[in-house]
Design a protein around this ligand. Sequence first.
Ligand code: ATP
Length: 250
Amino acid sequence: MVEPFLELDSVDKDFGSIRAIHDLSLQIPAGEVTAIIGPNGAGKTTLFNLLTGKFGPTAGQISFRGERIDGRPPHEIVEMGLARSYQITNFFPELTALENVRLAAQARYSGFAPQNFVSHYTDLDEPLEIAYDVLQRLELESIANEVASTLSHGQQRHLEIGIALAVAPDVLLMDEPTAGMSPDETGETKELIQELADDLTLVIVEHDMEVVMEVADNIAVINRGSLLATGSPQDIQSNEAVQKAYLGGG
Ligand code: ATP
């Protein structure tokens, strides 16, 4: 039997009297791009917050490579190989791009990670080398020494991806990677996602359906906190329940 990779089993999440996630079971396969879509307020961000340990589920279980992760603090989940890039800017604006990524690499290097930390970097790799490596991968090496606050919106969003990559995760959760981007920046981000997918498992919350349909191997549609449908982009495009939810009838 193939070991499940990232899995939610009958998960509920309540905020007071609001049930943001309701009986959600979902399997996210290794090595693929899974997009999470759904109308505003459907529970997508809450799902990310549950996966990254920002808060625990009210009921149900979440596991990664067969190990329970619900109830673990966020840093332990990062150490297990699951990292996140944020929808809202999450860098130090007064530091350079390189310094921002180096700081993230330094956190891993300076020993917050346990012996079994999953990473393709070895202990011999210096944080500065890791940071250059990451910036090169993102084609940001030409702006390595520029102060983050002076970068374009697209470059800042890519820098956030770099900060997440500096800990060499196996799974990267990307929260609306193209939000607020120009068409050119969106195109570059689409290509970047496709490149990252070569050796990472990606889970993406994204509102731009063109991007989703091009980059996703699988799509999970969430509506009112519950799973409405899963399938390939083609399956989802022709799914009547999904069309109804998006047109406001669901
Ligand atoms: P959007 O696409 O607009 O970002 P979403 O699908 O990410 O929406 P969530 O932000 O997860 O949806 O919200 C789902 C529901 O949970 C909403 O009713 C929201 O008001 C509620 N909710 C989310 N986080 C909290 C919180 N920390 N406290 C109280 N309610 C919350």
